[in-house]
Every structure is written in structure tokens, then in C-alpha cells.
Ligand binder design. Structure first.
Ligand code: UT7
Length: 324
């Protein structure tokens, strides 16, 4: 048993300046502000500027997280960047971020689990810190989904947006952590669902980036039940109950999915962090974006018990519990 805890030292986020409102989408596809709000809770999404890449969004979020942690970039020896929209097929976008931050030590890699990417990245970074491979990690979720949307497909293009979020984790001896740190997690994947949410291109198949395709109703139907399982196991592993939770910070895909999940655990609205209205589904970026909002507005405080969860293409899904 490791005696190390991965403690959250800081958070940061970044949204591109350009905002695309539901009203603006009405002139692009046959949709309406009322339909989008009622079915998803989304009011607007942010779109990266021409020449603004996933690495730019990730670097901005990482800088904000380092500043809030009071930690210099030179102390970071691990970067795990969750993204399904990397700058290039390779090298990993994480090494571009590493270079942009002036970091010359440690290691950096991308992780691909689509919307569950941040939960996967957090879990992997935690394992690497516990294994003694690194001391201070940047865990980033960053996406430019606007680049892989079919802008003529109203069933998908209204749902997604661009953004980035980051947290700084530090390996702290359990005896000095004061109960803080990542307490438990539970990851799942089931490739039998891979055609429910996917991108129809890639280097090995079409030599193009492709476009996002989704059977939304099917994803919705599965999401609530599958997420329930990983959340239950995550709570069980930490020996806590649903009532012990201070904050539920779910993947921000759809307000109705968030509410349905919260209802299953009897979590009142006041305990749920919801940011989907302002930026839509930003895939791997959505959880760290929401965490940063709730930390900066004073909701999430040191010592709070915070649960994050997500489900995405694959399907991949997972949950993690953090004593903040
Ligand atoms: O982050 C990864 C996980 N992804 C998700 O969590 C997404 C999960 N799915 C969803 O969020 C929902 O299924 C959607 C928001 C995608 C769709 O909501 P829904 O309540 O499941 O609607 P639906 O797909 O059953 O479509 C209802 C109707 C259809 O018309 P008909 O067949 O009833 O005439 C659609 O063609 O709404 C129509 N529709 C639209 N209408 C206006 C679909 N997209 C739009 C649109 N504007 N943008």
C-alpha cells in the first residue's frame, strides 16, 4: 500500500473568446433556442479562433492552475493531457504544452478516452504519483471539438464546444495530507458501444480527422445507468455514502442526464455544479472547467468531498472521489 496521496493544489480553465449562442445556431441549422435549452440545458458554446489550437487552450488553463497553486512550472514533472482533438496525430499535444510552459524535466503524454478523458487522466496521474514516478502533475482536459463537428448535422453540432481545464496534483505523504487527496476511483470501458458515439475518420482508416457521429438517444439511455454503477463503486471503495458528499461535479453534456443521475443518489440541486449552459459539452475539458468555476466562486473549499464522473465515446466511463 502506497503511503502517498495525490492532493489537489490548484485549478485553472480557459474558454476561447468567441461565443456562439443558440440564437446564432438558428441561422446555421434547423434548430431553436427553445429546443436546445429544453433538451440539453445549453445556452451557448465557445469556439476557438482560427489558428488557436488545443495546445493553446491547454496551456492557458495550465498556467491558470499553476498560478492558483502557487507552483512554478519548473516544479512539474508529469503532464497528462486528456484530449480527443490533439493538435497533430503526433507528437502528443502534452509535449507542446510542456515546451510552452518551459518545462524541461519529467514526462508528458496524451490520453484518449473522449468525454471520460479527465477522469481517466486523474486516475492515471494518481497511480503514477503513488508509484513514485513523479511528484507534481498537471492533469489537463482540453478540446477543440468545433474542428470535428459536422456543422450541417443539427443532432450533434449544437451540443459541443471548445475549452480547457486543468488541475495541479502533488504527491504528499499520507501522514501530512490531513485526509486530503484522491480517495478512490472506478474506470470502465465497453467497446460493444463504440458505434454509438465515434468519429468517422482517423490516420489509419481515412487519413482525415473525420466528423463526430452520435446516436444521441441511445447514449442518453445508457449513460444514467452506467454512471450509477461507477459512482456507487467509487463511494464504496472510499467507505463513504452518497449523503457524505459535498459536491457532485459531473461531465457537462446534458442537464437532463446530470439531473437524472443526481436524482438516483438523492443529491439536492445545491450540491451539483452545473456549467453546461455557458459552454456546452467540451468533452474532456468539461469536468476541470466546472471544478475551476466552483473553486473560484468559493463553493468548493479545502476539506470538501467532491465526486466527478463522466461517460463518453467507446463507451468509456468512470468516477473519482477527491477530498479537496
Ligand atoms: O459527452 C458524451 C455523451 N453524450 C451525451 O451525453 C449526449 C447524450 N444524448 C443527449 O444528450 C440527447 O439524446 C440529445 C440532446 C442528443 C437529443 O435529445 P433527445 O431528447 O434524445 O432527442 P431525440 O434524439 O429523441 O430527438 C427528438 C427530436 C427528433 O425529431 P423527431 O424524430 O421526433 O421528429 C430530432 O430529429 O428532435 C429532433 N432534433 C432536433 N430538433 C431541433 C434533433 N436535434 C435537433 C436540434 N434542433 N438541434
Amino acid at each position: 500500500m502506497s503511503s502517498v496521496r495525490s492532493v489537489v493544489r490548484g485549478t485553472g480553465s480557459y474558454l476561447p473568446a468567441r461565443v456562439l449562442t443558440n440564437a446564432a445556431m438558428e441561422s446555421m441549422v434547423a434548430t431553436s433556442d427553445a429546443w436546445i435549452r429544453q433538451r440539453t440545458g445549453i445556452g451557448a458554446r465557445h469556439i476557438a479562433a482560427e489558428g488557436e489550437y488545443t495546445s493553446d487552450l491547454a496551456t492557458a488553463a495550465a498556467k491558470a492552475a499553476l498560478e492558483s497553486a502557487g507552483i512554478d512550472a519548473s516544479e512539474i514533472d508529469l503532464i497528462v493531457l486528456a484530449t480527443a482533438t490533439p493538435d497533430l496525430t503526433f507528437p502528443a499535444t502534452a509535449v507542446t504544452v510542456q515546451e510552452r510552459l518551459g518545462i524541461e524535466q519529467g514526462f508528458a503524454f496524451d490520453l484518449q478516452a473522449v468525454c471520460s478523458g479527465f477522469v481517466y487522466a486523474l486516475t492515471n496521474a494518481d497511480a503514477l504519483l503513488k508509484a513514485g514516478q513523479a511528484k507534481k502533475a498537471l492533469v489537463i482536459g482540453a478540446e477543440t471539438f468545433s474542428r470535428i463537428l459536422d456543422w450541417s448535422d443539427r443532432t450533434t453540432c449544437v451540443l459541443f464546444g471548445d475549452g480547457a481545464g486543468a488541475v495541479v496534483l502533488e504527491a504528499v505523504e499520507e501522514s501530512e495530507a490531513g485526509g486530503r487527496g484522491l480517495l478512490s476511483c472506478d474506470l470502465r470501458a465497453d467497446g460493444r458501444f463504440r458505434d454509438k458515439l465515434y468519429v468517422d475518420g482517423g490516420p489509419s482508416t481515412t487519413q482525415t480527422a473525420g466528423h463526430l457521429r452520435m446516436e444521441g438517444r441511445e447514449v442518453f439511455k445508457q449513460a444514467v445507468g452506467l454512471v450509477h454503477g461507477v459512482v456507487e463503486r467509487t463511494l464504496q471503495k472510499a467507505g463513504v455514502t452518497a449523503d457524505d458528499l459535498d459536491w457532485f461535479v459531473p461531465h457537462q453534456a446534458n442537464r437532463r442526464i446530470i439531473d437524472a443521475t443526481a436524482r438516483k443518489f438523492d443529491w439536492p440541486e445545491e450540491k451539483i455544479v452545473v456549467t453546461v449552459e455557458g459552454h456546452g459539452n467540451t468533452s474532456a475539458a468539461s469536468i476541470p472547467l466546472a471544478l475551476d468555476v466552483a473553486v473560484r466562486d468559493g463553493r468548493i473549499k479545502q476539506g470538501d468531498l467532491v465526486l466527478v464522473e463522466a461517460l463518453g465515446g467507446g463507451f468509456t466511463w468512470g468516477a473519482a472521489l477527491v477530498r479537496w
